[in-house]
Design a protein around this ligand. Structure first.
Ligand code: PGA
Length: 244
């Protein structure tokens, strides 16, 4: 794992968008898995602009959504589905065969997990995974206590995730379960970027980078990834000892 520090959110996002765009140029059939949430928002916007402005071939890329709130329709503006449809899949005009997002309304959610695992395997794994970090140290919906061996799975959401998650919605919603890609896929991904910005993430970044590796603090798994990068702005790095 490597830590990289940026002056601010803009520079952090420009770096990640640039890395992804360059990777697509080198490998047009890139398999990209992205988290939704506030952190990668600007990265997605910059990436889409870059692909469109530089006319980068997007016809062979594959896109995978990291997770979804169980029970939410894709029309809900706080859903991951909604975010990616409107900010990435739509603007890049990806074909349906080029992406997979969890259907959080599926009758058989277990089967939805199997479909995701099969999709990832058929694409020979994820090339680049971009994730954020929750206030409880989760990645995707891999909540504290999630096994590092998990493939895609359904999980009861932690109290912190249920309350912090309200920020994505216009009105109060009942958030009880999530469906998510598990850590086995993260460990198998060829490259992982964990992004964090703002002082509110300083504590969880310190635990991620300098704390013990434990399933009780999920993001600590980053220390086990040989090609894992923890990318932070100055505020999120503020509690690290010897941050440089
Ligand atoms: P955020 O969410 O990017 O909105 O802070 C991160 C997460 O919960 O994974």
């Amino acid at each position: 794992m490597e830590l990289k520090r940026f002056r601010n959110y803009q520079e952090l996002s420009e770096f990640v968008a640039g890395e992804i765009a360059d990777s697509i140029k080198n490998k047009p059939s890139l398999v990209l898995c992205l988290a939704s949430g506030d952190t990668p928002k600007l990265t997605v916007e910059l990436l889409v602009n870059k692909i469109n402005e530089e006319k980068i071939d997007r016809s062979k890329i594959t896109f995978i959504g990291l997770d979804e709130w169980v029970g939410l329709p894709p029309t809900n503006s706080g859903s991951c589905h909604y975010f990616f449809k409107n900010n990435l899949i739509g603007p890049l005009q990806l074909m349906t065969s080029q992406y997979f997002l969890f259907d959080a309304l599926a009758d058989d959610l277990r089967n939805e997990c199997l479909k995701m695992d099969k999709f990832i395997n058929e694409k020979n794994g994820i090339d680049i995974m971009v994730v954020g970090i929750g206030m409880n140290g989760h990645i995707g919906f891999n909540e504290p206590g999630s096994s590092f061996d998990n493939l895609s799975h359904i999980i009861d959401l932690d109290e912190i995730t249920r309350s912090v998650g309200q920020k994505y919605f216009n009105e109060k919603v009942e958030l009880s379960q999530g469906i998510t890609i598990g850590f086995k896929h993260l460990l198998n991904a060829k490259k992982v970027f964990l992004m964090a910005n703002g002082s509110k993430k300083a504590e969880v970044i310190k635990k991620t980078v300098q704390g013990p590796v434990t399933e009780y603090f999920p993001a600590s798994i980053m220390q086990q990834h040989e090609n894992g990068f923890v990318l932070v702005d100055d505020d999120a790095a503020s509690l690290l000892s010897n941050p440089d």
